[in-house]
Each structure stands twice: as C-alpha cells, then as structure tokens.
Design a protein around this ligand. Structure first.
Ligand code: ATP
Ligand code: MG
Length: 571
C-alpha cells in the first residue's frame, strides 16, 4: 500500500471517475502484455523547481494506479539540464511526494544512466542510426522544415561510421566547445512528424551537474534520456501529459532500435486550474522577482504553498483523483479544489473561536469578576475529538462587523435594541454605545438573559443571529494572514497585447490582520494541523510563529462558492 496510514481519517479513493489509463493497464494485465512482470510506473520530475498541483495529478496517477494493480513506482529525477537543476529542488520534491502520502520503490536519477545511455549511443552510431552534426543550432533549425514542408538533410548526415565514432568520443572527451557539434538520430528528414526529423540526442555543455559534477560535458536530450531510463527500470506504463503525444513515435523508435525493454508511453490530460498558473518557469519568475514570498508562499499553487496554506494531502488527493484521466485538456474551476478541501477540513478541523477585528462587548448585568465555563465540542463532526471548557465573562470581544449602530435592511446581527445569541452562551440585547473622540464605536453595552444559558431560548422567543465571541480576559493575540487568489483573472495568461501575466496578479491577495483575539485553547495550535475559527473560516498555524507571536494563515473562508455554483447549475 503506497498511501501512508499515519493520518487518522481515511479518504476513500474515488474509483467511479472515468480513467482510461486504468482501463488500459487493466487490459495489458489481462492480456499479459508484459508476461508476469508487475506493473511498473515512475514519476519523473525535473529538479528545476518545486512541485505544483499539476504534479499531484501525475503523482496520484503514477503511484495510485501502480498500487491498484499491485505494482511499483519509482521516483526518478529527470536531471539532464545541469544548468537549471539544484539539490534544493531534489530535496523539496521528495518531501512533497511523501507529504502527499506516497513512497517510492526506488529513488533514481536519469544521471545514474549517463554511462549506459552513452554506450547505447555508440551502439546506434555503429549501426549507422546516428551521426555527429557540425551544423550550428540556427542552421539545424533552418534545415528542419515546417509543418507543411519537409526538412533538408544536413551535409554531415552521411558521415562514415568510423568518423562519427571518432567525433562522438572526442565530444565526450571535451575537445569541442559548447554548441559546436551535436549527436543526432538518423531517422527521416521528410517525416510529417517534426520530432522524427533527425532529433538531437546529445549536446555539448561544459556545465557542472548537481550530481555528476564535471564528469560529463555532453548531456542527453529529454527524448533520448527519458524512454531509455524507463526501459532500464522496466517501466511498463510511462504516463505523461498530452504535449508529449507527438514524441511517442520517437520514444518507440529508440527502444526498437536498441531492442531494449518495451516500455510504453501513454499521455493524459494536463491539469489546468482557473486563477492559477501551473508552469514551473512562471512560478520561478514569481519567486525570483519577489512577487511572492518564496516557493512555499501560501498563495502559490505549489504543494509546499498549499501545505503552508493549510490544505490537507487527503483533500488534494481527493481532488486530483476525482478528475480521473482523459485525452482532452480542459480547465478545472479552482472552486472545485476548494470545495473538496472544505469537505476534508470540516471532518478534521479542531474548532475554536477567534475574533479578527475585535469590538468590546460589555454585559452590564453580568457579575463583575466572575468567569463561567461553557462546554463546547472540539469538533462536532468527530465525537472522538472531545470537548473543552470555554471561559465566558462580563467583558467579551465580538467581531466589529457583527455590530452596526444603524443596521441596514436585513442586517440581523447586533444593533441597538436587537437581541442575538452568543454562540453556546447566552442571548444578549444591546442598549448603549461608547464612542471615541472621532465618533467610532469602541464599546457596546448590553444585558444578557441568564435563563438562555447554553444559547437556548428560555421561552420560545427567536433570535435571527448567532455570533462568535471571546472572553476579553482570556485571549491570546495573533497575527492573521488572510489570503485570496494570487491572480484576479480566471485565465492569468489572458492579457491585452504587450501585457504580461504579472498584470493579472491580484493586488489584494494578502491582507494582514495584526491583533486578532483568539480563544486560549488556540495557543496550543500545532503547525500542520487544521483549525476552524467558528463562523470565520479554516486556519492553520504558520511556521513563522514564535512563542511571543502566533501567526495564523487563513486556509479558506467558510463560504463555499463552489456549492453555490453547483446549486445554480442544478437549479
Ligand atoms: P512545467 O511545465 O511546470 O515545468 P513539466 O511537465 O516540465 O512542468 P516535469 O518536472 O517534467 O514538469 O513533470 C513531471 C511529471 O509531471 C511529468 O510526467 C509531467 O507530464 C507531469 N505534469 C507536469 N505538469 C502537470 C500538470 N499540470 N498536470 C498533470 N501532470 C503534470
Ligand atoms: Mg518537463
């Protein structure tokens, strides 16, 4: 079982969603296409950035499907671009895959196979299936042709095998400068598929690699490295996103020419989400330009960002699993992700009361100096979470927006003369105000009905509003970071001519509330655990917190726009 079981709530995987990959694997297993070999998959990130939620989809498919068929999954770093790759990314990727709940059979690196790949290149050279080309990158592009015109042969295409072998060995030995020569597969310059027009297999790059150091100065291209790495690992089903569909004939060609393990590439739809960009290059730009506070900024669609924001791995898995897999790219509503997160958070979040923008409420007829305790469920969805005693006293804080001196129509919360329920406590009726020199309300005075203890109506009289509160003498202060969408346009790439996706950044994606008042029990909050501030939203403790200063992040507000969209659609 690849899914960790250390979390206390089990999320059932959703098997009813159409997933053609599952059907294909099932068919291969039934027909014994790979004999009795186990289903073997791999998740192959390039360590050039942090994983994002699109990768979570690939991870759940690679690990999840192998697991369903009793198979195995490797984590393989596709590390063939030394200039862009770093150990920091290698570490974060492993951490994120584990956090999502998966563990790999083997940890592999394409760079582990550089020696084997080189030998296979020699084999292709000997067979006359590859050649060293001296054309420049520009010239190669000019010779490649277009979608409507065939390409032209390079003048170096018909070099003798011995000359090719000599030049390639010298490329490896470091005799030539970057960009001066490449190794190309000799396939078909007139192929309708441009990927088959003598694709480049190796380029010269005198660059230090994060693992192999300066051992190599020639590096294999993705198309040559990927399929062969799959084959070395006996990968049966190499799942990748649809943009690689045109590369499949090349993937097959190399494997057939070399006569090695017949891994097969299968493409599925890439995850796109509204209000989000899932491109490592663009996410890197946001980080490098300081538009966000690092890869794990809670507004980032990275797994580390979602984790810091308070999203749960179970909620993310249930979202990506619910998408299944198809062969058509689409765009998924961000609200759907939020909806499934709320479902999961609702099940496991510990409840607490917190007032973000406090307004003092004084109960004139409550005895001074007295504290009562009300017993409250820690999580009404989970009786095992137990109860706690919440202090109640004469001076409380309520949310500033829960009081209006002059209530607009349909405003049912507190206003002079109006009676409301304080959650789990008493009915109170406001009767007077204290204002400061500039006329802002600083204190509301009210009376309570002792017979309404527990928030129950003593005589069947109804109140239209229930409000949260904290006892003024029993609070801790905290900074609360209210996050909203990073982009204000559902398609961040949609910009007027000459514009940039950066123009679509939401200027209000972060609001900091400095002096929220929290129920004392929240002083025990732990990083990584979900909380619900009642009536306000889901929150989590940020790792920036210190003993002196707690910092909470809003994971999600309570209101569920997706549920509304669904309701509208159904209506
Ligand atoms: P990016 O364009 O963000 O750099 P990538 O595809 O180059 O992404 P890789 O590290 O090469 O990133 O991806 C590892 C695996 O994750 C690949 O199999 C890739 O197809 C898959 N993957 C990447 N992005 C998505 C996505 N948005 N939805 C589903 N799978 C994805
Ligand atoms: Mg890639």
């Amino acid at each position: 079982m690849a899914v960790h079981t250390d979390s206390h709530v089990e999320t059932p995987e959703i098997h009813s969603t159409p997933n053609f990959l599952r059907d294909m694997i099932a068919e291969d297993v039934r027909l014994k296409r790979y004999g009795n070999a186990v289903v073997q998959t791999r998740f192959p990130p390039e360590p050039n950035g942090y994983l994002h939620i699109g990768h979570a989809k690939a991870i759940c498919l690679d690990f999840g499907l192998a697991d369903e068929f009793g198979g195995k999954t490797n984590l393989r770093f596709d590390d063939t671009n030394p200039e862009k790759e770093e150990q920091e990314y290698v570490d974060s990727i492993q951490n994120d895959v584990r956090w999502l709940g998966f563990d790999w059979e083997r940890l592999c690196y394409a760079s582990d196979y550089f020696g084997q790949l080189y030998e296979w290149a020699i084999q292709l050279l000997r067979a006359g299936k590859a050649y060293v080309d001296d054309l420049s990158a520009d010239e190669i592009r000019q010779h490649r042709g277009t979608l409507t015109e065939p390409g032209r042969d390079s003048p170096y295409r018909n070099r003798a095998v011995e000359e090719n072998l000599d030049l390639f060995t010298r490329m490896k030995a470091g005799e030539f400068p970057d960009g001066s020569r490449v190794l190309r597969a000799k396939i078909d310059m007139a192929s309708p598929n441009i990927n088959m027009r003598d694709p480049i297999m190796y380029r010269i790059l005198h660059a230090e690699h994060h693992r192999t150091g300066n051992e190599w100065c020639i590096y294999p291209m993705y198309d040559y490295a990927h399929g062969q790495s799959d084959s070395i690992e006996n990968v049966t089903h190499s799942m990748c996103t649809l943009e690689f569909a045109d590369h499949r004939p090349l993937y097959r060609w190399f494997i057939e020419q070399l006569g090695i393990f017949p891994s097969q590439q299968i493409e599925f739809d890439r995850l796109n989400l509204t209000y989000t960009l899932l491109s490592k290059r663009k996410l890197l730009q946001l980080v490098q330009e300081g538009r966000v506070n690092g890869w794990d900024d809670p507004r980032m669609p990275t797994l580390s960002g979602f984790r810091r924001r308070g999203f749960t791995p179970e909620g993310i898995r249930s979202f990506v699993t619910s998408l299944g897999a198809t062969r058509t790219n689409g765009i998924i509503d961000f609200e759907m992700l939020e909806h499934l997160q709320r479902d999961d958070l609702n099940k496991r979040a510990t409840r607490g009361m917190a007032v973000l923008r406090p307004l003092k409420l004084v109960i004139d007829n409550f005895p001074e100096g007295q504290t009562e305790y009300v017993e409250v469920a820690n999580n009404p969805e989970d009786p095992a979470a137990g109860t706690r005693q919440v202090p109640f006293s004469r001076e409380l804080y309520i949310e500033r927006e829960d009081f209006r001196e002059v209530p607009p129509p349909k405003y049912y919360r507190l206003s002079p003369g109006k009676e409301v329920r304080l959650r789990n406590a008493y009915f109170v009726t406001a009767h007077s105000l204290v204002k400061d020199a500039v006329g802002s309300v600083v204190e509301v005075h009210c009376t309570y009905d002792p017979a309404s203890r527990g928030g129950n109506s003593p005589d069947g009289r109804k109140v239209k509003s229930t409000m949260h509160w904290v006892s003024a003498a029993h609070t801790i202060s905290a900074e609360v970071r209210l996050y909203d969408k990073l982009f204000s346009n559902p398609n961040p790439l949609h910009v007027p001519e000459g514009g940039s996706f950066l123009d679509n950044l939401n200027p209000n994606s972060l609001e900091v509330v400095s002096h929220a008042k929290l129920e004392l029990s929240l002083a025990e909050a732990k990083v990584g655990a979900p909380y619900q501030f009642e009536r306000v939203g889901y929150f989590c403790l940020d790792p920036d917190s210190t003993a002196e200063k707690l910092v909470f992040n809003r994971t999600l507000a309570l209101k569920d726009t997706w549920a509304r969209i669904e309701k509208k659609a159904g209506a």
